[in-house]
Write a protein that binds this ligand. Structure first.
Ligand SMILES: [Zn+2]
Length: 213
């Protein structure tokens, strides 16, 4: 496995942006699997694209490989997340990549899934496929934040918007306070924040109220 930083061209960035756009367009529609986008390029021409299917299978790489009408030998694959290498309900994408004779794989973010994490890099590399990672990493890591959160904490990642009173409290219909501020005036990315909870005993629900003004 290589830990060195790989270098990328403007064209590489362009193709990865397309993969990211496809990933975003299927966000939340891929079941428990993360949404992934994949672009295959040969002689500077996009010859195939693929997204994670609805409900998670088949994977983006598999769809891109199967969608192609052209010979994939010597082509370059751009994919937002490290391809899988484990046998699940579908065969490993690394097997398909090797079989199709794709010569280079560029992925952005290393998968947090222990069955995959950096293993696919080694597998593909051992088959003389050029493998690079880290392209648009910050941007794509931001996109996968809910997926990483879910895998690490085994909890769903929920975002919400709530209305609060001027004093940063949430009231019920009957004017009863249903939250209590436990921490005020701390900052996240320069936004003024308040942390309030709805259940003091169990701390079962916590809200971070962010004020933008
Ligand atoms: Zn896969």
């Amino acid at each position: 496995m290589s830990t060195k930083k790989h270098k990328f061209t403007l064209k590489d960035k362009f193709y990865m942006e397309i993969a990211l756009d496809m990933t975003r367009s299927r966000h939340g529609l891929t079941g428990s699997n993360p949404s992934v986008g994949c672009v295959i390029v040969k002689n500077d021409k996009i010859i195939s694209i693929g997204q994670t299917s609805f409900n998670g299978r088949p994977h983006a790489e598999s769809n891109a490989i199967n969608n192609s009408f052209e010979d994939l030998k010597g082509s370059k694959m751009y994919v937002t997340l490290e391809p899988c290498c484990h046998h699940g309900l579908t065969p490993p994408c690394t097997d398909l990549i090797i079989k199709s004779k794709i010569s280079e794989v560029i992925y952005s973010v290393t998968d947090i899934d222990k069955r995959v994490s950096n293993k696919s890099f080694k597998i593909l590399n051992s088959k003389k496929i050029i493998v690079k990672k880290g392209l648009l990493k910050k941007k794509i890591e931001r996109f996968y934040h809910p997926y990483f959160f879910n895998r690490k904490k085994k909890l769903p990642y929920v975002t919400g918007k709530i209305a609060i009173s001027k004093n940063n409290i949430i009231y019920s219909k009957y004017q009863k306070k249903i939250t209590k501020i436990i921490q005020k005036n701390f900052k996240i990315n320069n936004f003024k924040c308040f942390l309030s909870i709805s259940d003091e005993k169990n701390y079962s629900i916590a809200f971070t109220i962010i004020q933008t003004s």
